[in-house]
Design a protein around this ligand. Sequence first.
Ligand code: ATP
Ligand code: FE
Length: 367
Amino acid sequence: TTVMGIETSCDDTGVAIVDDQGRLLGDALQSQSSIHKPLGWGIHPVTAAQLHERNIHAVVQSALHKSNLKIEDIHTIATTVGPGLAFSLNVGLDYSKKLLQQHNKRFIAVHHMAAHALTVRMLNPIEFPYLVLLVSGGHCILAVVNGPCEFYRLGSTLDDAPGEVFDKVARTLELHTHPEVGDIAGGRAIEIVAKLGDEKAFKLPHIMAGVRNCNFSFAGFKSAVNAHLKRVSFASLSDWDQQKMTIAANMAASFQYYLTWHIAKRVRRALVFCKTFNPKCRTLVISGGVACNNYIRNELDKCATAFGFQLACPPPYLCTDNGIMIAWAGVEHLKSNTATILNPQSVIYQPKWPLGVDLSDRVAKSN
Ligand code: ATP
Ligand code: FE
């Protein structure tokens, strides 16, 4: 059985074909980041949708070509229907509906964050249940995964997503012009520059330190970083001399340290909660773009070990957005016989689709 995954929820057009053993037959990814970057902050939704529209057919053809398959050979189409940018989601869903009209295939509607959470199982035989931390450009979620369609949310971010804050801080530190970073942007640039700095150089807040639940908050890091940078007049330093280099490195290191401290604190609460909620949970999985960060991986590995958990992470190319994870989520649904859709033409995209059951109140009461 072959499943084609189609991902267009944000700014990456991703298509991949995976078989029911989890073997990757072919994949193609068209990123828009080089186009949105010059526009300044973030992604322009109308432009993103236009680019998906322009690229999707070629990306599908490329994935088919790489896998040596024809569209007739595909058994199931799995498509991201939410959460994400409405216009972007619509392009992938519309294209899928057209394919389904022309060819006789099954259809599976995929939740983008569920796909981020399941992708680890494509390469690692991780059993359900497990605890997952999803840290990405638009989300921060801690959840217990009992099956491909069964998620219990222990906490999520009350404001910004960690990837978003990494991107903003990288931008404020002007890392896109940093001589030792080159073409790399966002969170990856912070991780590289942080290696050169002192994480104790700037004191940032211990956000939500006394709050007894598993929710997150990241907005405070942005204002704290900005206040420090204003004090040292960072914006008026034009050339990358020794002084500017040192400030940027120290700030990147301090920011990464405090943000990781915050994440680790929330994860430890979740690990405690899991012991009574579902003692069969023995694995902590981290996924989403920010899970590429090795500093965060190392700190969470220590947390997991201290609680007798194993840490598991997908390789970086599966942590950021791609079609492979959507195809794999389709395989998971097929295998577990969940999410059968009788009339795909009636499916509508869902920009705000919460992941699973909200348990955050129960977590707060249990602590
Ligand atoms: P969502 O999945 O919530 O809809 P998204 O799909 O846009 O959001 P991803 O592609 O999963 O997000 O992740 C992109 C984010 O990951 C970016 O904000 C980027 O800065 C961040 N990121 C990538 N590599 C690293 C790293 N090494 N350290 C920190 N952040 C990173
Ligand atoms: Fe994503």
